[in-house]
Design a protein around this ligand. Structure first.
Ligand SMILES: CC(=O)N[C@H]1[C@@H](OP(=O)(O)OP(=O)(O)OC[C@H]2O[C@@H](n3ccc(=O)[nH]c3=O)[C@H](O)[C@@H]2O)O[C@H](CO)[C@@H](O)[C@@H]1O[C@H](C)C(=O)N[C@@H](C)C(=O)N[C@H](CCC(=O)O)C(=O)O
Length: 487
């Protein structure tokens, strides 16, 4: 693609001369380390370093043009724009030829449930022989090929590239978790969503968004973006959530609500919860069927309703939905049972927000006929306000709480634990900083019919200490501890 073609109509501070305009762009990159000959390089002023400082290095590695926020002294065309991130989203979309226009794109936002909803949808679509792509916290998955990701919602440039790969592999439906950071930072600018889903809103990421209102505004961007071209667009809301009515105002798309408490288009009633799964009556626009799922807990009923709403809009019949839901085995790291034949339950869950921790603990309380033990921590360099709240929730529901490390990053884990336990009586909890030791301790204490919840990391296979990631998987450690116990 010619540089002039890519930049056509973009407002920026230079006019390309004929020679510059005919430069061929073969790649686009925002990281100088990835630059190859023929690359257009975007200088991004980041949170840790300023990408403009790598312009020279990008040029030396073969960059043929640069998009920047200020004039630069390099002998290649430099196109100066007001905000390189925004321009990058627009140009990436162009460079990869608007891939989201060529597939059905479903975006899921909300504090909790994004991963579960996208994975339930994946199963429902696969049951209809549709090819899916998935972008989220755990990974990007294109036609059963897994790609590791750093962010829940990747940067626009990576995102558009992934969509193009999906189009190349004839994926017809892309399921994407859309984080509030991504919405706020414009990573999904240019994505042509067909369906947008709101799951729920509860305190999280307040370090970044500063207030719950701003957090909600960030979420609302998905729905205003969807409403820009309302034809064939559907916005799906959890009608039981307290901000649903406000978010509904943000879109001109068709609206579907789901819920349990208030009247909604898609509803669950007569819910029968068991330790092995959940059964309920599903009513979709007045038509009712009985559904059975191995997913456990009321929060998962909401996740199922969100997915059902999107599947229904995507012309999947109620009977196919019913069959699809029955076939779902579970979701990795989400209420995942670790079973090595022991006589007590071990559950690994990603619960890392106050709300999700409470949901998981409340759910097991319904089935518990002996002690509940929870192993939990809070991440470093992230929202500190949730630490004492998570601490309180843990001791409120569990008979024994073991506070431990969970991705302390550049913070001292002891400081994080102090903040989690501030205000608690010393005899309400145990502190074991080393996460592996904490899990081993919980296993050693377990008696018949006890329930152990290992919360916070779920599917993660690493522990972030300092700026390094080292291998750590709660499920592996739990299995090893169970083996040791049996010996
Ligand atoms: C705060 C934030 O969003 N940071 C994101 C940001 O990193 P950054 O601003 O620190 O980037 P930087 O390291 O300063 O680099 C600036 C620029 O210089 C470039 N560079 C850098 C070094 C070099 O040698 N050459 C070079 O060109 C970089 O490629 C980049 O373009 O840009 C990176 C690349 O896109 C992101 O991976 C990174 O997300 C970090 C990992 C992060 O933790 N983000 C969190 C806050 C986040 O976005 N979370 C949400 C969801 C969370 C949830 O729901 O739980 C998410 O969607 O993941």
């Amino acid at each position: 693609m010619k540089l002039s073609e890519l930049l056509h109509g973009i407002r920026g501070m230079n006019t390309l001369n004929v020679k510059e305009a005919t430069v061929d762009i073969h790649h686009i990159e925002m990281d100088s380390r990835e630059v190859r000959p023929g690359t257009l390089f975007f200088c991004i002023n980041g949170y840790t370093v300023d990408g403009h400082d790598f312009a020279q290095s990008a040029y030396e590695k073969g960059a043929v043009a640069i998009v920047s926020e200020r004039p630069l002294d390099v002998p290649i065309p430099v196109f100066v724009v007001r905000d390189t991130k925004r321009t990058m989203a627009q140009l990436s979309n162009r460079f990869y030829d608007h891939p989201t226009k060529k597939l059905q794109l479903i975006g899921v936002t909300g504090t909790n449930g994004k991963t579960s909803v996208t994975h339930i949808l994946e199963q429902l679509f696969k049951g209809q022989n549709r090819t899916t792509g998935l972008i989220g916290t755990m990974y990007t998955k294109i036609d059963d090929v897994y790609i590791e990701t750093k962010n829940t919602t990747p940067e626009s440039l990576v995102l558009q590239q992934r969509f193009q790969e999906m189009v190349d592999k004839q994926v017809d439906t892309a399921l994407m978790e859309v984080s509030s950071h991504a919405l706020h930072l414009g990573r999904v600018r240019g994505c042509d969503f067909d369906i947008a889903i709101f799951t729920n809103l509860s305190p999280d990421h307040i370090d970044y968004h500063q207030s719950m209102d701003h957090y909600m505004y960030a979420k609302s961007l998905l729905f205003s973006q969807l409403g820009n071209t309302y034809e064939g667009k559907t916005a799906i809301f959890n009608g039981d959530d307290q901000v649903a009515d406000q978010l509904i105002q943000m879109t001109t798309a068709d609206i579907i609500t789901y819920g349990i408490k208030k009247q909604a288009d898609v509803m669950a009633s007569n819910i029968r919860a068991a330790a092995t799964g959940t059964t309920f009556t599903l009513t979709v626009f007045g038509e009712s069927i009985e559904v059975q799922t191995r997913l456990i807990g009321l929060f998962n009923v909401y996740n199922v309703l969100a997915a059902v709403s999107a599947a229904y809009v995507s012309n999947i019949s109620l009977s196919a939905i019913q069959q699809g839901l029955e076939s779902i085995e579970g979701i990795a790291g989400r209420f995942e049972a670790i079973d090595s034949g022991q006589d007590f339950a071990v559950i690994v869950d990603y619960a890392h927000t106050p709300d999700s921790l409470e949901n998981v603990l409340k759910t097991v309380q319904d089935f518990a006929n002996n002690q509940i033990r929870v192993v939990v921590g809070c991440g470093g360099d992230r929202d500190k306000t949730k630490r004492p709240i998570m601490g309180e929730i843990a001791v409120k529901y569990a008979d024994e709480t073991i506070f431990t490390s969970d991705n302390p990053r550049t913070e001292d884990p002891n400081t994080i634990l102090q903040e989690m336990t501030a205000g608690l009586d010393r005899d309400q909890y145990r502190l074991i900083v080393d996460r592996s030791e904490a899990i081993h301790y919980a296993m050693k204490q377990a008696k018949t019919n006890d329930i152990i919840i290992i919360a916070g990391k779920g599917h993660e296979t690493y522990q972030e200490v300092g700026r390094e990631r080292t291998h750590f998987d709660d499920r592996e450690v739990a299995r090893a501890a169970l083996k040791e116990r049996i010996k």
